[in-house]
Design a binder for this molecule. Structure first.
Ligand code: NAP
Length: 287
């Protein structure tokens, strides 16, 4: 009987496995799955079970879930294909009699107007109809969505976006991962919906001010109409469909779609979430 983590070759999945190991789960009870098992060799060397799983290949999903007691389904990254991919995993989990399926959804999935939320909402509906015991980890934005851009932001001397003065409850991937680990190890989670986000929401102007303070370089925030922002991103080499998703997500931030005030993240991890200031300072020190 094991805890299976999908998307373990990705950034969140890796953090979750480290969080489970930190919580003294025996490595042999953790199954790290991904499309490229060679990317998981380091974990295999530490005693973690490693299995191939491609959401688009039902037989690989069924084989990887053999003996699974709990399952973390990390939402896929192929936008547009995710509903059917997630359905494949949920059906396999049902066939295997998984006791708990935790799914990484999006903050405020039931009310969010963001285009990205549609596939999460559809996946949640499949889960409800499936009869599989499930818990929803409705993750908010990653702080890394901003801190990973720091070198470019500093080079430009400015941030651009379409979020207006909307606020976002960003949190570090590692914090969401610790929350996922806590839920996977707790009893009585079926039917719970967690709205997860940082303790203090911030606007893009707050982010610019935080970067200015951490780096000593004045960074301004330029708010643009969504089409103009998407055009700026494509001009910088971002593929058009992704640029449009990013601009649409900023409009969601302007509406408050990524605002979370539940306190669920802090409660699950048992400490304050990593703050924007801490994350920006760490990223600035690494530049
Ligand atoms: N909250 C946020 O701010 C935010 C931002 C971006 C994404 N997300 C969502 O959160 C998820 C996890 O975030 P992350 O930072 O860990 O993303 P990531 O580093 O891109 O990892 C995505 C993971 O999903 C796996 N995957 C994609 N398609 C798959 C398929 N067909 N079959 C099996 N595995 C598949 C990837 O495998 P490969 O290594 O084989 O590609 C990878 O392991 C993302 O996939 C996305 O749904 C959230």
């Amino acid at each position: 009987m094991s805890i299976v983590i999908t998307g373990a070759t990705g950034q969140l999945g890796r953090h979750v496995i480290e969080a489970l190991l930190e919580r003294n789960v025996p490595a042999g009870e953790i199954v790290a799955t991904g499309r490229s098992v060679e990317k998981l060799a380091g974990l295999a060397g530490r005693g973690v079970q490693v299995k191939a799983m491609d959401y688009a290949d039902a037989s690989s999903v069924a084989a990887a879930l053999k003996g699974a007691r709990k399952l973390l389904l990390i939402s896929g990254s192929e936008v547009g294909q995710r509903v059917e991919q997630h359905r494949t995993v949920i059906e396999a989990a049902k066939a295997e009699g998984v006791e708990l399926l935790a799914y990484t959804s999006i903050a405020n999935a039931d009310s969010s107007g963001m285009k990205l939320a549609a596939e999460h909402r559809a996946t949640e509906a499949i889960l409800r109809e499936s009869g599989v015991p499930f818990v929803l980890l409705r993750n908010g934005w990653y702080l890394e969505n901003y801190t990973d851009q720091l070198p470019g932001t500093l080079a430009q001397g400015a941030l651009a976006g379409s979020a207006g003065d909307g606020q976002v409850s960003g949190a570090a991937r590692a914090d969401y991962a610790h929350a996922a680990a806590a839920v996977l190890l707790a009893e009585g989670q079926a039917g719970t919906v967690y709205e997860l986000g940082g303790d203090e929401a911030f606007s893009m102007a707050d982010l610019a001010a935080e970067i200015s303070s951490a780096t000593g370089k004045t960074i301004t925030y330029n708010d643009l109409p969504a089409q103009e922002y998407a055009g700026l991103l494509t001009g910088a080499g971002v593929p058009e469909p992704f640029a449009e998703i990013l601009a649409d997500s900023d409009l969601g931030i302007a509406r408050g779609d990524l605002l979370v005030s539940s306190g669920d993240l802090r409660r699950l991890i048992g400490r304050p979430a990593t703050s924007l200031a801490e994350a920006v300072r760490a990223a600035a020190a690494a530049v």
